[in-house]
Design a protein around this ligand. Structure first.
Ligand code: FMN
Length: 214
């Protein structure tokens, strides 16, 4: 019987940044739901969830993304393509949306959340506006990590992809009009037997190098 420890270490060791996907493979609805849950349930600062994830399925968009990414084949061949985006800026409306959601889900009248809302708004205003984008992006990378980990446990293959022309992609997807900016993509599916990277040894520093005790 495989223990949870075995399952975990095997998942961590066997995942790799997949370059070539099997284009005939489709992620099941059940697994797609679990992958979405791993993003949706990810932690974020104050729980604000300042993200929006688009599943890019239109072949024309996939093709244009390939061109905007030095022809990386993952965009066309992967079963699903997640595009993590962040709002252009943190607006009072976004804070309201969150406080309304706290009020509904925790059954707390909005009148009892006034001070809480003010605190959130104050903390966010304390972040320089030029830093707010980076701050939102940090949260998105946590959700990306959660997605990658879940994919590995579900024995799916994935590739996080930052190497694309963000301005070009945002523009043909119409993201500025929707108030979003792309941050990072993640291609997901099954590795192709032709992917040479699958058998390359992992390059990682040793435990002694990575960790210290203070
Ligand atoms: C934020 C981020 C962006 C990445 N962007 C790309 C990319 O654009 N193209 C690519 O092929 N791999 C990309 N990678 C994959 C890394 O190159 C890969 O994770 C790293 O070399 C370690 O190898 P492994 O994931 O196979 O263990 C990215 C990884 C991360 C975490």
């Amino acid at each position: 019987v495989e223990t949870i420890s075995d399952t975990l270490i095997h998942a961590l060791q066997s995942r790799y940044a997949t370059k070539r996907f099997d284009p005939s493979f489709s992620i099941s609805q059940e697994n797609l739901h679990l992958l979405k849950e791993s993003i949706r349930l990810a932690p974020s600062a104050f729980g604000l969830q300042l993200w929006k994830v688009f599943l890019i399925r239109t072949p024309e968009f996939r093709k244009k993304m390939t061109e905007a990414a030095h022809n990386q084949p993952q965009f066309m061949e992967a079963s699903e393509l997640f595009l993590f985006c962040r709002p252009e800026k943190i607006t009072e409306d976004l804070i309201d949306q969150f406080v309304t959601s706290v009020s509904k889900i925790r059954n707390q009248p909005k009148s009892t959340l006034v001070a809480y809302r003010q605190m959130l708004s104050g903390l966010i205003h304390n972040i320089e506006s030029s830093e707010q984008g980076t701050w939102m992006e940090k949260q998105i990378y946590i959700a990306l990590g959660s997605l990658l980990q879940s994919a590995a446990l579900l024995q799916l293959d994935a590739c996080p992809i930052e190497g694309f022309n963000h301005n070009a992609v945002d523009s043909f997807l119409g993201l500025p009009e929707k108030g979003y900016r792309s941050v990072v993509a993640c291609a997901m599916g099954k590795r192709s037997p032709e992917d040479a990277y699958a058998s390359a040894a992992k390059v990682r520093y040793s435990e002694e190098v990575v960790f210290g005790i203070l």
